[in-house]
Design a protein around this ligand. Structure first.
Ligand SMILES: Cc1ncc(COP(=O)(O)O)c(C=O)c1O
Length: 365
């Protein structure tokens, strides 16, 4: 049996006619940047999340930078986040001019450890970026409490967590600003790059709209320094089609995740802990295992695609060794033991059974 890590074409086949109709609509209209599709998608995505404002941008990375800039966070400020994340989280912070301060993750949930955040706060700290890693909501109650106590902004990096919930509320809407990526492999992914920043604050939303397009309030008149970070009409039109399927696809991911958990009971495999009242969306199904490299090679021999997200924590990568950081011992342990297994809505249940059988065989020796 061959089980690819991911198969985006399988998903395309299920929505092909709607995607083609959406593309036709855009090409016939002849408007390609910040037009009616982006406007409609912003409204639909905001309604889906239950948040007043959504601003389309060119990527999740840009979204993080613009979110910080819109909140007035920049040079001289410190922003606390994790090292166990996509490097983009840290890139987004650095590009705002603020200094990332890296803290450890919780050993059970593998998301930002609130106690570590509390210990890292200084008088220069202005914000915390909480990453809902692999689609698993971080401990927002504890983080909101710390934020309130110290007057910090809480930004949610929800780039891997479209549709996940925490206390029945969609993630991205719990902090001051939420940031999403529409990179093609995401639970809600386009056919190219794209991103969205959401907020309940009208002033922040207004600043975001200006910042993404040269600081314009009115066309050709820059009121402040801005950039070019716009969502395009083709992506927005396709993402509107996909948004209508997101809940159904996330439910399927949860079913497959449950199946993995059940099939791998009584093995050395550990799963990511989920907080009570959190509903993850399994952007990735990551296990923690002994002899990770051995298992990955064994699965490859049996036709199973796997990946490691991520093989090095951010502070271990050449470009980021200089970053300010606290104790990262849980992070450094985790990166040696994690393995991402195939999970996507079109993956047949029999494939999960096969992957689980192979993992069991590996540990039986
Ligand atoms: C946790 C996290 N943050 C930020 C990003 C950045 O998103 P993008 O690739 O759209 O810039 C990604 C995705 O790559 C991500 O997984």
């Amino acid at each position: 049996m061959h089980v690819p890590f991911l198969d985006l074409t399988a998903q395309y086949r299920t929505i092909e006619s709607e995607i083609r109709a959406a593309l036709d609509r855009v090409f016939e209209r002849g408007r390609f940047i910040l037009g009616p599709e982006v406007e409609a998608f912003e409204a639909e995505f905001a309604a889906y999340l239950g948040v007043p404002y959504a601003v389309g941008v060119a990527s999740g990375t840009d979204g993080l930078t613009l979110a910080l800039q819109a909140l007035g966070v920049g040079p001289g400020d410190e922003v606390i986040t994790v090292s166990h994340t996509a490097v983009a989280t840290v890139v987004g912070i650095e590009r705002s001019g603020a200094r990332p301060v890296l803290v450890d993750v919780d050993p059970a949930t593998w998301t930002i450890d609130p106690a570590a955040v509390r210990a890292a706060v200084t008088d220069r700290t202005r914000a915390v970026v909480a990453v809902h890693l692999y689609g698993n909501p971080a401990d927002m109650d504890a983080l909101l409490e710390i934020g309130q106590a110290h007057g910090l902004y809480l930004i949610e990096d929800a780039c891997q967590a479209h549709g996940a919930r925490y206390r029945r509320q969609r993630v991205g809407t719990l902090g001051h600003v939420g940031v999403f990526s529409f990179y093609p492999t995401k639970n809600l992914g386009g056919y190219g790059d794209g991103g969205m920043v959401v907020t309940a604050d009208p002033t922040v939303a207004e600043r975001l709209r200006r910042l993404r397009e040269y600081g314009w309030r009115q066309r050709f008149i820059s009121e402040q320094a801005g950039t070019n970070s716009r969502l395009d009409e083709i992506q927005a039109a396709c993402l509107r089609v996909k948004l209508s399927r997101l809940d159904e696809w996330n439910e399927r991911r949860r079913t497959l995740a449950r199946l993995y958990r059940e099939s791998l009971r009584d093995t050395p495999v550990q799963f990511q802990g989920v907080l009570p009242d959190a509903e993850p969306v399994y952007h990735l199904l990551v296990i923690r295992v002994p002899d990770r490299d051995g298992l990955q090679a064994f699965l490859a021999e049996h036709g199973i695609g796997t990946m490691v997200h991520y093989p090095q924590a951010v502070h271990q990568q050449p470009a980021y060794r200089h970053l300010s950081r606290r104790d990262l011992s849980v992070t450094e342990q985790i990166v040696q033991e994690i393995l991402s297994l195939p999970i996507y809505p079109e993956l047949p249940e029999a494939a999960v059974g096969y992957v689980a059988d192979c993992i069991r065989a590996f540990y039986r020796g």
